[in-house]
Structure formats: structure tokens, C-alpha cells
Design a protein around this ligand. Structure first.
Ligand code: ZN
Length: 182
């Protein structure tokens, strides 16, 4: 066992979590699934997830804000509560983007509605993103999103393209969308 490698992979993760803001906000979680998996997703049902890249859009409005929520996804710990927790048991987190509500507060009112829905609907309209599991993450969605989870191929969609799409959909510069890759 390569201990040095093991330790060097843990430390940046802790650093990455510590660097996250405690403000509320919205985010995209990027996941990678190496092989096909049949997974039970809580009460939503059982789905076959194909190998590839996935993007999940959510919001972090609980105590601890973005750091608490993304930290939970990054560690992959805790009870299986949200739909994404079930996919996280088999998929690796490869990165994330977030937009703090501090930044959103400066924007025109019309763009303040659930950003995770604006982003999800952008993906739903883009043929490079596939609906992975109907209803995923959208049980409480008031904007009638088909899903808050989409699958894509890294051959077709770069992480930069996702960041640009998120910025464009909300009407902010790409620099407002903070990202990191793990
Ligand atoms: Zn939605």
C-alpha cells in the first residue's frame, strides 16, 4: 500500500472543504461513474446508471451553507437522505461549481428563483446532456424540472462549458462561478 499516496489524497480534500464558504448558495456537483450500476434511489425507484460523467444541481440553504453541503458530498459520509446520496455511494466526485447567494443578491430579481432549476432546465434543452433518472433530485421542485441530474460525456462537454452555461443562464461573469476539481 502506498501510504504517501493515500495521505496526499486526503489532505487536499480537507483543504478543499475548509476553503468553501459558509454562506448559502447554489451548486453543481460533478460525478464520475466508471461502470454501469443499478441503484435504488430512495422512494424514487430503481435505475440503471450508465458509465460516464454526471452533473447534479442543488442548493445549500441549511446551516453551514455551501461548505456543509458540498463537504458532505465530497466526503460521501452520512445517512442516505437526498437522491444524490444514493448515487454518491457508487460515483466519485470529480469536482464542483458554486454560486454564493451574496453574489446573486446583486442580480435583478427575476434571476433569483431557484438557480438549480434554471441550470437543470438548460441541460434538459441541450442534446449533449441526457436525462439520467426522471424526477431525480426534483421531488420538491416547484419549477417542474424533469430532473436535477444529467449525464454527459467528457468528450462532448468540458467543465469550462458547464461553467459558462451556468454563468450565462444566470447573467453573471464566469468568474462568479467558483469551481474546484478533486
Ligand atoms: Zn427544479
Amino acid at each position: 500500500m502506498n501510504l504517501h499516496k493515500y495521505h496526499s489524497s486526503i489532505k487536499p480534500l480537507r483543504k478543499a472543504i475548509d476553503a468553501l464558504p459558509v454562506t448559502p448558495g447554489s451548486y453543481a456537483l460533478l460525478l464520475q461513474l466508471r461502470q454501469r450500476e443499478r441503484l435504488a434511489v430512495g422512494k424514487l425507484g430503481i435505475f440503471d446508471f450508465l458509465p460516464g460523467e454526471y452533473v447534479y444541481f442543488g442548493s445549500a440553504r441549511g446551516s453551514g451553507g455551501i461548505r456543509a453541503r458540498l463537504g458532505r458530498h465530497l466526503r460521501g459520509a452520512g445517512k442516505l437522505h437526498w437522491h444524490i446520496d444514493f448515487l454518491r455511494t457508487s460515483a466519485r466526485v470529480s469536482g464542483y461549481f458554486y454560486l454564493s447567494d451574496d453574489v446573486v443578491a446583486e442580480l435583478p430579481v427575476r434571476t433569483r428563483r431557484s438557480l438549480e432549476c434554471i441550470w437543470s432546465q438548460r441541460c434538459a434543452q441541450n442534446r449533449l446532456f441526457q436525462l439520467a433518472a426522471p424526477g431525480f433530485g426534483a421531488s420538491d421542485c416547484i419549477n417542474r424540472c424533469e430532473s436535477h441530474l444529467y449525464r454527459f460525456s467528457e468528450r462532448d462537454v468540458s467543465t469550462d462549458a458547464i461553467r459558462s452555461m451556468m454563468a450565462d443562464a444566470v447573467g453573471v461573469g464566469s468568474a462568479c462561478i467558483v469551481g474546484a476539481f478533486v
